[in-house]
Design a protein around this ligand. Structure first.
Ligand code: GDP
Length: 423
């Protein structure tokens, strides 16, 4: 079965843990978008691993892990990740592949990302790792792909052309000295050497796997509301995080995908700027951030926290074709007196039951809440649904009804064992 895992909120839903669990059941795991602005944290065998580019499925012996064409790759970061895995005793040779069509992040992308952010009046909250500018170059057709790095002549011509234009922009617009061709050229040829053994036509490999009836897990990064089209634009990431991105970003046809599983936290978080209707008031926000350890895996940035927004997740179900949901971090809601779920918004006397895309409405929308009593016992020890506190079951059952979507997994702790399977 070919399954897409997608974040149903603003990312950091705990996809890493779900992907780790599901990876055991498949043969191939492929990342389809984003770059090293994503971070999955997986706790396995009492050890914590943080992944930025390589699919976390690499922790499972024999699984083939790929970076699809839709991902943008910073080779320096990738090589470090490969070396760290080697040091931890995880062998990746022969089972890690990078698409020859994936675009490469260059030093000017990283610097441009940071310079543009400082110039804005309204900051996007970018991680400053060059992801956006790299995607921009891809779209304006001056990007450099993995396959280009492998051909020194092609790489030289493209880089020369790019630097001619970019250095002028850096000097004139940003008062930045610009970049030396020789330095980048040599540095990136070294990266190409180090990575050449992993680069191949991943789209062919995956389609061959489909033909052979192998199982593929398509690993989404970030979340639905960070999608370049459907997210809370412009506070979004630069790629298609929704399930459709899985086909564009890997070259596997949509008709070959069997199922989309959505991952949502039992509450909501968002990193960086942008509207967030169900955001907690400051003191409770701080309390929940610490309770849930809501700090970014990649950047350490504190995440903003709020109640579960069913309007958002409903939209996610629709956009992604989610037929099953995994609800994560239920344990973080333990011991709260009351719990709220947003079922609609109000703005200027008008009610909204669907996600509003108008920036003014979304920024000022007042949530309509369903309030439910909390539970004062711990959910972490529950192995079966029936062992959960009654009010936790009521909460989940309300979510399932309001979203009209089956909850198939519930996570009550960070380890693999702390998961309740309903199927
Ligand atoms: P992702 O980007 O969606 O993969 O999310 P992250 O991996 O950045 O964040 C999830 C964090 O929550 C990680 O530190 C996980 O170990 C942790 N986590 C995942 N599921 C649970 C859970 O059910 N309960 C608790 N307490 N922590 C969890």
């Amino acid at each position: 079965m070919n399954i897409v895992i997608v974040g149903a909120q603003w990312g950091d839903e705990g996809k890493g843990k779900m992907i780790d669990i599901l990876s055991r059941k498949v043969d191939y795991i492929v990342r389809y978008q984003g770059g090293n602005n994503a971070g999955h944290t997986v706790v396995a065998g009492g050890k914590e691993y943080i992944f930025h580019l390589i699919p976390s499925g690499i922790l499972h012996k024999g699984k083939i892990c790929c970076i699809g064409n839709g991902v943008v790759v910073d080779p320096m970061v990738l090589i470090k990740e490969i070396n760290d895995l080697r040091k931890a005793g995880i062998h990746i040779d022969g089972r890690f592949k990078i698409s020859s069509l994936a675009h490469v992040i260059l030093p000017y992308h990283r610097i441009l990302d940071q310079l543009r952010e400082t110039k804005r009046t309204q900051r996007i909250g970018t991680t400053g790792r060059g992801i956006g500018p790299c995607y921009a170059d891809k779209i304006i057709r001056c990007g450099i792909r993995m396959v280009d790095l492998l051909n020194p002549g092609v790489f030289r011509d493209k880089l020369k052309d790019n630097l001619k234009e970019k250095n002028e922009i850096f000097k004139k617009v940003y008062d930045h000295p610009g970049f030396s061709f020789d330095k980048i050229y040599e540095e990136y040829l070294d990266y190409a050497k180090a990575l050449s053994g992993y680069i191949c036509n991943v789209h062919l490999l995956l389609n061959d796997a489909v033909d052979k009836k192998k199982d593929i897990l398509f690993e989404g990064a970030q979340g639905t509301f960070l999608d370049i089209d459907f997210g809370t634009y412009p506070f979004v990431t630069s790629s298609s995080t929704t399930a459709g991105g899985a086909t564009i970003g890997t070259g596997v046809s949509p008709v070959k995908i069997d199922k989309v599983i959505g991952v949502a936290k039992a509450y909501t978080t968002r990193v960086g700027e942008g509207p967030f209707p169900t955001e907690f008031p400051p003191a409770f926000d701080k309390f929940m951030r610490n309770k849930g350890n809501e700090f970014g895996a990649t950047t350490g940035r504190p995440r903003r926290c709020g109640w579960f927004d069913a309007v958002m997740v409903k939209e996610s179900v629709l956009l992604n074709g989610i037929s099953e949901l995994a609800i994560m971090k239920l344990d973080i809601l333990d011991n709260l007196k009351n719990i709220k779920i947003c079922t609609g918004y109000k703005y200027k006397g008008k009610k909204f039951r669907e996600f509003p895309y108008d920036f003014e409405v979304l920024s000022n929308a007042l949530p309509i809440y369903k309030e439910m009593p909390g539970w004062d016992s711990l959910t972490t020890k529950a192995k079966k649904y029936r062992q959960l506190p009654g009010n936790a079951k009521n909460y989940l059952s309300f979510l399932q009804d309001v979203l009209n979507t089956k909850i198939s997994m519930i996570s009550v702790g960070s380890s693999r064992e702390e998961t309740i399977f309903l199927d």
